[in-house]
Design a protein around this ligand. Structure first.
Ligand code: UDP
Length: 237
């Protein structure tokens, strides 16, 4: 697992956003993986995800607080958490500013519709070149058809690890574009679900808010975070 930690982006959120915007401007392709304990756990079991995490074509950002804390325990010099939702918001702002082309894949149909109308009203300069909800069984077709549309940004919200596997499978067909798996971000950005209040965010307790709101996540949380912490605790750098 140490090799995944080594690949985590270690500078600040602001510096990262700047680098992404520069790549966008220069038409450089990027595949951003928002890393949390689930990502690393899946990678230890699935050779394809393992390959993806160590591939120089991918950029790993520390999305979960558990990743930041465990990285520090292992003496990796990480500046801060960079969340998928903040990145997605920053990308939408930049797309609007620069009149970029956006593609959206994932979430429930009504969530996606709400998100699109929100983008159209808040970010009128963005052109959404392609969109599709995440429950069609036509995800590969989406990517195949996307190639000729050459999006600047493609946000995929199918959950870990399906979103990353899908992007990785099709990545080489694109010469440019920033591709990011953004998990449950469409639910929040569309206004369907609320993000944790600022105080929870500040205290790094977003996970607690999510557990209170969605208690069915407790088992998943225990398996992926508590067990994970212990595993890392007994690991040496
Ligand atoms: N999702 C989807 N298709 C699926 C399964 C999930 O589009 O077959 C969407 C789901 O609607 C949600 C997102 O993927 O918007 C994943 O959300 P979750 O909160 O589980 O992701 P996390 O942020 O925990 O990775």
């Amino acid at each position: 697992m140490q090799n995944y930690y080594q690949r985590l982006y270690s500078k600040t959120k602001e510096e990262f956003q700047k680098e992404v915007f520069t790549n966008l401007k220069n038409n450089k392709r990027m595949f951003i993986i928002t890393a949390n304990p689930e990502t690393f756990t899946y990678a230890t079991k699935d050779p394809l995800i393992d390959k993806m995490l160590v591939d120089p074509k991918s950029t790993l950002i520390p999305d979960g607080i558990c990743i930041v804390k465990t990285a520090k325990m292992l003496k990796y010099n990480l500046k801060e958490r960079i969340t998928g939702i903040d990145l997605a918001t920053a990308l939408l702002e930049e797309c609007n500013k620069k009149h970029y082309k956006l593609a959206l894949l994932g979430a429930k149909e009504e969530v996606l519709t709400a998100l699109i109308s929100k983008i159209n009203s808040t970010y009128p300069n963005i052109s959404i070149v392609k969109y599709q909800d995440g429950y069609t069984n036509k995800n590969d077709e989406f990517f195949e058809e996307l190639v000729t549309l050459k999006p600047d940004v493609c946000l995929v919200a199918l959950g870990i690890p399906n979103q990353e596997k899908l992007i990785y499978k099709h990545l080489n067909n694109f010469n440019k574009g920033v591709f990011v798996g953004v998990g449950g971000s469409f639910d929040v950005l569309s206004g369907t679900k609320k993000r944790a209040p600022k105080l929870f965010q500040k205290l790094n307790l977003e996970w607690l808010y999510r557990l209170i709101k969605e208690p069915k996540r407790i088992k998943r949380f225990y398996n992926n975070n508590i067990k994970f912490m212990f595993k890392v605790l007994f690991m040496k750098k």
